[in-house]
Design a protein around this ligand. Structure first.
Ligand code: UTP
Length: 416
């Protein structure tokens, strides 16, 4: 083992991370092994490059942003039934699987535990996971088919998530038969000097690599292979925190199949031109999502001849992919976005530091950055009140919080 640390010393020196050798020396045998494994998996060149971008303004003003076409689910008229029938056929043939991304930290909500275990305060006191499970079971019954459920966790919350499901007998799903768990990728966190941080456990402090890590993880963890073996052709990928997410939508599937696209996304129209949401667009001629901060006021307010916003289709993390599209997206690394966060760490003298302001950088890939991999995608505008009730913040925030989600859920399900 000590040979290995000798081998790696040169690399650590080259990248200014020698403090990691000192940390290694302080650890016991068991932890040393884990620490070494971590060291061997770190891409130091990548971390250095990411650090170098932390103080650079990285807007590329040369990008050409143009509107993207979309369909309104409720203005399809005769086509609605046709798309629906195509989708129903594929669902009944067992070609659909659903993926829930549950690897996030849920920092804004502040719940102690994986976000999926959160009880939004319904009379039933069901957790977000159980609400999603109920929906899947209802759809399985409707279409008389098994819809495999894949759940992405992070190293941080994997154990708690699985224990939660285990205690509840997987809500009737069968582990490794129609419910699967897989862990997403992670990257070290660094301080403002670019040094890799040490966590409370004495090991390298890592954080999940963002929801954009989904493609690579699905491929690397053998999930796409499993899907292929099961005859799955289409995969709906959604977040854990939208309690109205409609993962099984024959119209969306029918549109994708009929239009021969490999990605089909749902959107809801912006609540107002200046709502702080990412919107679908084309960037240099390819599908993309652009953050509200990246478009001008003029673009945000621009409308077409029908008075519809040109950049009004919000991305709500409700996207359908062919298995092949996932594999393609998983093959190419996505850019990382930098978040300046508060992170507890152990300093060089072994003291635990609990910062009260952001002290560290975390790197995250965004799922929609892969959209440019495909030439065309379909976008289907759906109704906000039917499909979008996110739980992002605590109730104090007053928006996208348990209270608003609960009200939307109750209204949709006529629970009042
Ligand atoms: P958000 O971007 O809202 O992040 O995730 P979050 O972790 O839930 O909450 P904050 O930002 O810390 O407050 C949207 C969806 O993507 C998943 C989340 O679990 C959620 O379902 N996600 C996010 C991952 O699975 N992994 C990640 O690394 C990040």
């Amino acid at each position: 083992m000590d040979n290995k640390i000798d081998e790696i010393q040169g690399t650590l020196k080259k990248y200014g991370q020698e403090h990691l050798i000192k940390q290694y020396e302080k650890l016991n045998e068991e932890k040393r092994k884990l620490f070494l494994e971590q060291l061997e998996s770190v891409d130091f060149e990548l971390i250095q490059n990411l650090y170098n971008t932390t103080n650079k303004e990285k807007k590329n003003n040369k990008d050409e942003i143009t509107p993207i076409e979309y369909l309104d689910k409720y203005k399809l008229y005769d086509e609605y039934k046709r798309y629906e029938n195509i989708g129903i056929k594929a669902i009944k043939e067992g070609k659909l699987a659903v993926v829930t991304m549950a690897g996030g930290q849920g920092t804004r909500l502040g719940h102690n535990g994986p976000k999926g275990t959160y009880d939004i305060g319904l009379d039933s006191h069901k957790s977000l996971f159980e609400l999603l499970s109920d929906y899947i079971k209802e759809q399985e019954k409707k279409y008389n088919v098994i819809i495999p459920w894949f759940i992405m966790t992070s190293r941080e919350n994997n154990k708690d998530t699985i224990n939660f499901f285990e205690k509840r007998k997987y809500f009737g799903h069968q582990k490794d038969k129609n419910i699967f768990f897989f862990v997403q990728g992670e990257l070290p966190m660094i301080d403002t000097e670019g040094k890799i941080l040490i966590g409370e456990d004495g090991l390298i402090k890592v954080a999940a690599d963002g929801h954009g890590g989904i493609y690579e993880s699905l491929v690397k963890r053998g999930m796409t292979q499993k899907m292929r073996q099961m005859g799955i052709e289409w995969v709906f990928i959604g977040g854990v925190d939208n309690c109205l997410v409609k993962m099984v939508d024959p119209v969306l599937m029918g549109v994708a199949i009929d239009k021969e696209v490999t990605v089909a996304c749902k959107s809801v129209v912006k609540a107002n031109p200046h709502e702080n949401v990412g919107v679908f667009c084309k960037k240099n001629g390819r599908p993309n999502v652009i953050e509200y901060s990246e478009i001008t006021e003029e673009m945000a307010e621009a409308t077409d001849e029908d008075g519809e916003l040109l950049y009004g289709e919000s991305h709500i993390l409700c996207n359908l992919f062919s298995v092949e599209a996932i594999e393609r997206m998983g093959a190419n690394p996505l850019p990382y976005h930098i978040a300046h966060k508060k992170a507890k760490y152990i300093d060089k003298d072994g003291n635990l530091i609990v910062p009260d302001s952001p002290n560290a950088y975390k790197f995250e890939a965004f799922l929609f950055d892969a959209f440019g991999e495909v030439d065309e995608m379909a976008i289907l505008r759906v109704k906000r009140e039917e499909e979008f009730a996110p739980v992002k913040n605590s109730d104090e925030a007053g928006v996208d919080c348990p209270k608003t989600a609960r009200e939307l859920y109750k209204r949709f399900h006529n629970l009042d």
